[in-house]
Design a protein around this ligand. Structure first.
Ligand code: HEM
Length: 401
């Protein structure tokens, strides 16, 4: 195993599965310390988190400026100031508009038939294999990779390098700097070349749509478009792969009674289960999303001065008893009573939320329909974790049926 790969894989017996993380009880905004000792505010109640994420006085721009706050373990991709996620106000809107229409629920509904076809193809592949089969390598990873490749019109070589780039793009200081720099330079060159190719020869993929929309908007820096393309390649598959793997670990490990029901209750019911899993199982151990106060503001009765850093804990807010009366896992098939914060809220609300939800819904429903007797072959406690900075998921999950 290469050193680069080894440091992203851990057999950390102490790490609980993500559905078992202890989130604590939300309360009023609380003073915490950043690594350099400067103050930050932890916001954890549902209403306060929604306020911070939707309030224009709090933003992302400036968080990674040279004189910005000292933030811990920021992944390489996320600390790029050109990233959509790190723009605010009109600049953010202008860039987001280039992609927004492609990801609406109605647009994603049109993709449903071919996403389902990819799912079926992968299930055909699985059913011809000897068990035990690793469901991460055989299903949870290739599904979102195939979906994002088709959406962006990527060829096989880009598909093969996608995981490699993601490992570096989402790393947070644990890898040698030169290696990260080289991988990110290669990734950006790939993004720039892809944009140039689609500009010269447009097709019906998302990158061609992006180029067209950016020309219509006018004035968007090329570096922002490159970051957007790279962000979609990484964001489009890593989070969905992690979510699907962790969902399977939970369902097969702790809720085996619900597995056959996922098949028989229909696709819509599977969508409600997907919503609950997305709500209850975080992507990784780091639950807070950070904002900078651009002006003085009050949140939950607490004064936060301009320049203050706010960490909004969506995971804790998702368990706020003031808005969620029962534990998320009590009835997996019941609709959520309040919208989840797992995809954020406000202007940076996850662009790929409906796509991720659709992939999870189709994947779980059809996997259960094809393999109603699916079960883990190893005890859940023996899982080895792939440790990313923003996500944690099983390296492999052996299953049989
Ligand atoms: C289980 C899957 C996913 C989860 C849990 C998730 C979660 C999130 C969250 C919480 C945010 C907002 C962060 C914040 O405000 O601080 C976000 C933003 C974003 N997500 Fe996702 N995501 C998922 C899948 C995807 C997919 C499949 C794509 C792309 C196709 C995607 C693309 C994006 C983009 C581009 C943003 C930034 C939006 C902006 O700044 O305007 N995500 N995601």
């Amino acid at each position: 195993m290469s050193a680069a790969l080894r440091d992203s894989v851990g057999r950390e017996e102490a790490l609980p599965p993500l559905h078992r993380l202890d989130f604590g009880t939300p309360g009023p905004p609380e003073r915490v310390e950043l690594p350099d000792g400067s103050p930050a505010w932890l916001v954890s109640r549902y209403a306060d988190v929604r306020q911070v994420l939707g309030d224009a006085r709090f933003g992302r721009a400036g968080l990674y400026a040279p004189d910005g706050p000292s933030l811990p373990d920021v992944p390489v991709l996320v600390n790029d100031p050109d990233l959509l996620f790190n723009q605010d106000g009109p600049e953010h809107l202008r860039l987001r508009r280039t992609m927004h229409r492609a990801f609406t629920p109605r647009a994603v509904a049109r993709w449903q038939p071919w996403i389902a076809a990819i799912v079926e193809q992968l299930l055909d592949g699985l059913s011809s294999r000897e068990t035990p089969v690793d469901i991460v390598a055989g299903f949870a990873l290739p599904l979102p990779v195939a979906v994002v490749s088709r959406l962006m019109g990527l060829d096989a070589s880009a598909r093969d390098r996608m995981r490699h780039w993601s490992e570096y793009a989402l790393s947070n200081g644990s890898r040698p700097e030169e290696e990260v720099g080289a991988a990110m330079a290669e990734f950006s060159a790939f993004g720039a070349e892809l944009l140039a190719r689609r500009r010269a020869e447009p097709g019906d993929d998302l990158v061609s749509g992006l180029v067209h929309a950016a020309d219509e908007e006018g004035g968007i820096p090329e570096a922002q478009l490159v970051s957007l393309v790279c962000g979609l390649v990484v964001g489009g598959h890593d989070s969905t792969m992690t979510m699907l793997s962790n969902s399977l670990l939970y369902l097969l490990g702790e809720r085996p009674e619900s597995w056959p029901l996922l098949a028989t209750s229909g696709e819509e019911a599977a969508g409600r289960v997907a919503d609950r899993l997305l709500h209850g199982i975080p992507l990784g151990d780091d639950r807070g999303t950070t904002r900078l106060a651009h002006e003085d503001a009050e949140v939950g009765g607490v004064f936060i001065p301009a320049g203050g850093v706010v960490v909004a804990d969506c995971g804790m807010a998702n368990r706020d008893p003031a808005v969620f009366s029962a534990p998320w896992s009590e009835d997996l098939f019941a609709p959520l009573e309040t919208p989840t914060l797992s995809f954020g809220a406000g202007p940076h609300y996850c662009l790929g939320a409906w796509l991720a939800r659709t992939e999870l819904q189709l994947a779980l429903h059809r996997l259960a329909a094809r393999f109603p007797g699916l079960r883990l072959t190893d005890p859940p406690a023996s899982v080895r974790w792939r440790l990313g900075s923003t996500s944690r998921g099983p390296v492999r999950l052996a299953v049989t049926w």
